[in-house]
Design a protein around this ligand. Sequence first.
Ligand SMILES: NC(=O)c1ccc[n+]([C@@H]2O[C@H](COP(=O)([O-])OP(=O)(O)OC[C@H]3O[C@@H](n4cnc5c(N)ncnc54)[C@H](OP(=O)(O)O)[C@@H]3O)[C@@H](O)[C@H]2O)c1
Length: 277
Amino acid sequence: MTNDKQLMTTKLGLIGGGVMGEALLSRLIARGIYLPSEIIVSEPQPARRNFLAQQYNVAVTADNCQVFTTATEVVCLAVKPQVFSAIAQELANVIDKGHAPLIISILAGITLSHLEAAFPQLPVIRAMPNTPATVGAGITAIAAGAYTQPHHLQTAWQLFSAVGEVVEVSETLMDAVTGLSGSGPAYVALMVEALADGGVAAGLPRAIANQLALQTVLGTAQLLHASKLHPAELKDRVTSPGGTTIAGIAQLEKAAFRFALIEAVKAATARSQELGK
Ligand SMILES: NC(=O)c1ccc[n+]([C@@H]2O[C@H](COP(=O)([O-])OP(=O)(O)OC[C@H]3O[C@@H](n4cnc5c(N)ncnc54)[C@H](OP(=O)(O)O)[C@@H]3O)[C@@H](O)[C@H]2O)c1
């Protein structure tokens, strides 16, 4: 699946070509950030390797060490956190200080100190993307390790820009990022479902209620994003005196809607801190 020409020009190595790995791969290629011939992906399953090779025309291998030793710019770890220590052990045999690609990990809960213990004195970046990255609408928080230079951050920034927006945070804030943007898609999904249920309760057919709920959330997010309006300002603009919207908002306040979301983010942050211990 690999040939000499490809390996001479390999810039990006991807370890793990699952959901998130493929999201990155597809958009990095579509945006022309890397050419297919500049990418190598390691994957244990032959069927998945064949699929990635055929779909994206990238080099594929079952050998993580091959990815690590041939990628000149970046090695991105996109496996489940449970296999991190096994992969770190594998790669320990081929770490050579003369070859120091930037290591980017998207593994939830794997800290910079874990990464720096596994890749001593190498530039490492911990990143936390979220599920909407799979449709190019994600947001990724990145935190830099001790040996990371500004150009490494630039590389990570460019890489994750392919799947959405990017913010840089100190690593101490990664649990809060997890509680907000990492877990947030589930909160929003819950809200879309509940809005649609409300529509059905008010007499709408299910399919129309689902469509109205989803597009309302999507459209409002797009409006807030494009207009840069503060959410409270938008809310004020759509609440007329004695009108329908303020009647709905009063009910949400009675049910402590905003408090529930604040507490959800705090609870998810606390859980992320617990899991990281
Ligand atoms: N999905 C998200 O929305 C999201 C958001 C934030 C962070 N993350 C992080 O992203 C990482 C990947 O998540 P994912 O959703 O993409 O998971 P996934 O779809 O399960 O992808 C992981 C891939 O790695 C492969 N793999 C397993 N063991 C390997 C090994 N030893 N060497 C090389 N590849 C190996 C898996 O192959 P097999 O299927 O054969 O095991 C699979 O294709 C996780 O650490 C997660 O914490 C994901």
